[in-house]
Unconditional design. Structure first.
Length: 287
């Protein structure tokens, strides 16, 4: 048994090293403005008819220069909030303005992910984030990641980054403003029951694939849906995304800000906006 445990641990470590070493350095030139322009009308039609999508106050996003958009994350692996925000941004500012979105490397390398990369999706890593901002681009990050995107549906109106503050360090290092973006409705596109952290630890997926959650949900067409790797047909929940006022961290908090204080302020600001949007909704899914 000791030998088997040792071999299993060694194999797991090797797989983990391989996965970590293969987080691809983003090829920012894969983003294709012509591709985006050709597909915007059809995708907007889908978003409008299915999700009744609404994007508010994009004028709060600085019109030029690098900026870090910081969003709450919902909807499992389908992430409809990303779809709506990407479409809204490119429609408002034009497809020529550089706009990238960070995603888990498994998403970026999945079959059929070429469309995402052409829309500007790159693997989430420090290197890719710095590289994107250095080009003067707008960069969308979801600090809550799979921890937040798979939260139970009864926590759908909770902004939960899981204490992750890397986005603040990134903004400070690059000297760029952050714009919080709050989305609502995505966690109503399926019935999310559990993050499944115990499954992640049992299967060692946290070590081998950098996963923090293996969700358990009820979703079409699968019924019980474990992990959401096969995706699902999202319910036609009304989606609303809203950009909040930009924050210059050094201007507001000084040259050496306390990240715990800044983090709590950003979360509180986003949660207040979420509560306001939630108060507008009468029913789940219907909005």
């Amino acid at each position: 048994m000791g030998l088997l445990t040792s071999l299993t641990s060694t194999a797991g470590s090797w797989v983990s090293q391989q996965v970590s070493s293969r987080v691809p350095l983003g090829d920012l030139d894969e983003r294709d403005p012509d591709y985006i322009r050709d597909r915007l009308p059809l995708v907007w039609l889908l978003a409008s008819l299915w999700f009744r999508a609404e994007a508010r106050h994009l004028e709060r996003i600085p019109a030029t220069g690098p900026v870090l958009l910081v969003g709450n994350h919902s909807g499992g692996n389908m992430t409809p909030d990303t779809l709506v925000l990407t479409l809204a941004f490119t429609s408002y500012f034009g497809v020529e303005r550089r706009f990238y979105q960070l995603a888990h490397n498994l998403v970026v390398q999945a079959p059929g992910a070429g469309m995402l990369r052409k829309f500007g999706t790159v693997a989430a890593s420090h290197e890719n984030a710095h590289k994107a901002l250095a080009t003067g681009a707008a960069l969308l990050v979801y600090p809550g990641g799979d921890h937040e995107v798979f939260r139970p549906s009864w926590q759908r109106h909770v902004v939960d980054f899981g204490g992750r503050k890397g986005f603040l360090r990134l903004a400070l290092q690059e000297g760029v403003p952050i714009v919080p973006v709050v989305g609502i409705g995505g966690q109503e596109t399926a019935l999310f029951l559990s993050r499944g952290e115990w499954l992640v630890k049992l299967l060692r997926l946290d070590k081998t694939f950098r996963l923090k959650a293996l969700s358990v949900s009820l979703a079409l067409p699968w019924g019980v849906n474990i992990g959401d790797f096969g995706l699902h047909v999202p319910l036609p929940a009304k989606l609303v995304v809203e950009a909040l006022d930009p924050i210059d961290l050094r201007e507001r908090y000084g040259d050496d800000p306390d990240l715990d204080v800044v983090y709590d302020d950003v979360i509180a600001t986003m949660q207040a906006a979420m509560d306001r949007l939630a108060a507008e909704r009468r029913f789940p899914v219907l909005g």
